[in-house]
Design a protein around this ligand. Sequence first.
Ligand code: UN1
Length: 506
Amino acid sequence: MKDFLSKLGIKHENSGTSTGQEFLKDVTSEKITSYTPSDGSEIATVYETTKSEYEEVVQKSQEAFKEWRMMPAPQRGEIVRQIGEELRKYKEPLGKLVSYEMGKVYQEGLGEVQEMIDICDFAVGQSRMLYGKTMHSERPQHRMYEQWHPLGPVGVISAFNFPVAVYSWNAMIAAICGDTIIWKGSEKTPLCGVAVQNIIGNVLKANDVPEGVFSLITGGREVGEWMTTDERIPLISATGSIRMGKQVAQTVGARLGKTILELGGNNAIIISKDADLEMAVRAVVFGAVGTAGQRCTSTRRLIIHESVFDELKDRLVSIYQSIKIGDPLDEDTLVGPLIDQDAVQAMQNALKQIKEEGGKVITGGEVLENMEGHYVKPAICEVKNHYEIVQEETFAPILYLIKYSSLKEAMEYHNGVKQGLSSAMFTLNMREAETFLSHRGSDCGIANINIGTSGAEIGGAFGGEKETGGGRESGSDAWKAYMRRQTNTINWGDELPLAQGIEFDV
Ligand code: UN1
């Protein structure tokens, strides 16, 4: 067993169900084996959550909610502060596990843990700022104000590509809001869930936090459906594919529950004739090949002005040919493996379709058969924006080059997809930049100038429009989605005036 695994309390066999410090293990449970995509070898196994364990988790979560919501928010913030401190201690082993189990390079694994730490810090401050407004009543001697109350148990469904950070954006904010959290991570990265639960467990123990505030469940689609259909869970926050999101929205919507959806992106960067190409090239490469193209913010489309098209293409091709692909834990590696064989196949299918639709693969795309693990060469392709394959999000390092001549045309291509997560423009021209950020510019939830599409900071609200699902997580006022708003009016006079001046004498 690798050193970092034992530091995180990972054993050969692990329970995937926990209510805080306690792990449950039903003997009838099935096992999930976690393999590292870096060489396909087995890391360890995790027991799936059974239906009866799920029941126990939800009941504990409901009971704990009654206690947790009564703890003053800044005290809940103090628990989250300590979780942030504990994560600082475990940054290195947890970063390694993320890298080893998911396949992103170690620097990006560390970055993910840093996002967890950052959101803890943010949530601590937010715990003293769950502000409601005070309004002036139209009636004499009346006071009107709003309060934000916690919702109850919140279900968090996260994806393999950010196996720890996206959970913490949701969990740490929900926790300071007074909610309890039930987390189902991806069945492709179950050990990340166990490790995070162990780290949080240390803090829960030291502070006597009741079982049920931070729970973990493990499993596939069926386990997710237990949560989405469960009326005891008022909010489901789900990250994943558009297909999955549509199902979650329908199931939760059918019971009039709330959702926060963070689904696929088809993120583009417009490279203007006035771009600083040096900066643009670096941002594009990080956005397109970082996490092997498996971020929902990955750069998928480059919309390039015709006057700089050839120069940019040549520079990218030469960089792509020298990118170091290999073991994600090796510090020299820039691109690790894809998550599994299905992802490799999906990339190959996409490349085939690009050619069938009339596009050209200019470089890369090969499967590196001589390496154990799921390694591919990042690809660059010349395409038209309207190709069906370009309209879809393929979770792999494929970068599409699209040529434009006028800004109007570039904007049409840019917004001419169903997804609306992240976007960027490289330009030193103020008019172009402001147009891109204006209401006739980018239609995405995130729009950047002279920065790439991926690698957002936690302080802003994260999420996107259209088929990306409309949810917002992480910073800004995203906390409001984890609470219910109550409008209160108090009459401190001795008359009973009605609003709208209605006379109703009895
Ligand atoms: C995701 O891919 O689901 O902005 C999240 C970024 C990261 C988060 C990505 N901070 O790329």
